[in-house]
Design a protein around this ligand. Structure first.
Ligand SMILES: Nc1ncnc2c1ncn2[C@@H]1O[C@H](COP(=O)(O)OP(=O)(O)OP(=O)(O)O)[C@@H](O)[C@H]1O
Ligand SMILES: O=P(O)(O)OC[C@H]1O[C@H](OP(=O)(O)OP(=O)(O)O)[C@H](O)[C@@H]1O
Ligand SMILES: [Mg+2]
Length: 281
């Protein structure tokens, strides 16, 4: 059985479960249970704290897990990113009271509150800054007001938590993060892991692309194919009227209206966009 660790709470938990469900697995947690089997897929799910998942994977206790890239890096666990999952997008930043800090070098001799000490220590070393790290479990944005730190380093998504604490970011982002699938370093990918990765990547494709169908005068087919080149090349089918063809292609979901406008302006008609329920690329 493939053993998969899934966040049991926090920012990644719901999206990870939804994505695995769309990929055909049964990861929904039953009441307060910390594990469940999915016999049809020969998988066992473990519901763990996202921070601990890198540790369990790195120690080889579970085969793979879903966590944040920032948490993997922070943990220093012996695990690698297998694929990025496109949810839980965030950046990691230093922040301080508005107007007080301009660059990382100004952190020299200061106290920095964070829940990600490994990540921050590595960044400070890279920048040659000697600062004291104050390790906190969460709600670090209030640490300056409470007098335990001079600056913080934390996850930023919308920035609203920082703003409401009167803080602003300074220096560049330490990293960009998102939910990722991780596996133990140096362990060859088994066929079951390959299937999992392919299924998850297919969910991302099905979410990011749509199918576009349209009727096109044969004389315009080359031009239309440039608008919708698809992955390999568009599918072209004959119509009863020999001067027209039907064309089908994949286009990026967020470009679908622009693509329809361009095709219409070119002379294509009966332009239809449909969602992709599932795929294997
Ligand atoms: N507001 C957010 N938006 C997007 N991603 C986030 C957000 N907060 C945290 N994350 C990401 O989610 C992952 C797990 O963080 P999360 O906050 O869920 O864990 P935690 O702090 O241990 O749990 P909790 O906040 O429930 O105590 C990290 O990779 C982090 O970057
Ligand atoms: O930029 P924003 O959209 O405001 O999101 C960022 C906030 O979200 C997370 O907090 P979380 O809810 O996980 O609480 P925690 O700090 O206690 O972990 C993170 O630690 C930031 O505080
Ligand atoms: Mg959190």
């Amino acid at each position: 059985m493939l053993r998969i660790a899934v966040p049991n709470k926090g920012a990644l938990a719901e999206d990870a479960t939804t994505m695995l469900t769309e990929a055909g697995y049964l990861p929904a947690r039953e009441s307060r249970k910390l594990s469940r089997t999915d016999p049809d897929n020969d998988v066992e799910f473990f519901f763990l704290r996202p921070r601990d998942i890198a540790v369990y994977v790195g120690e080889g206790i579970v085969d793979v897990g879903i966590t944040g890239r920032d948490m993997l890096l922070d943990s220093g666990a012996d695990a690698d990113e297998l694929t990025a999952l496109g949810f839980g997008l965030s950046t990691f930043h230093y922040a301080g009271p508005a107007g007080q800090f301009g660059s990382v070098s100004q952190l020299d001799g200061k106290r920095i509150a964070t829940s990600y000490p490994g990540l921050v220590r590595a960044d400070l070393e890279r920048n040659g800054v000697d600062a004291r790290i104050v390790g906190l479990d969460g709600a670090v944005e209030i640490a300056i007001q409470l007098g335990v730190a001079d600056a913080i380093a934390d996850v930023v998504e919308t920035g609203s938590t920082l703003r409401s604490a009167g803080l602003e970011i300074f220096g560049g982002p330490l990293m960009s993060s998102e939910g990722i699938l991780i596996g133990r370093h140096g362990v060859p990918r088994t066929p079951a892991v390959d299937v999992l990765v392919r299924r998850l990547e297919s969910v991302i494709v099905a979410r990011s692309y749509v199918l576009i169908d349209f009727d096109c005068p044969v004389a315009l087919l080359d031009e239309a194919s440039k608008v919708t080149p698809g992955f390999e090349s568009p599918t072209v089918s004959p119509l009863h009227d020999p001067s027209w063809v039907a064309v089908r292609s994949m286009v990026a979901r967020d470009q679908s209206n622009k693509t329809m406008d361009a095709l219409y302006a070119l002379g294509a008609r009966a332009i239809l966009v449909t969602s992709i329920h599932a795929c294997r690329m």
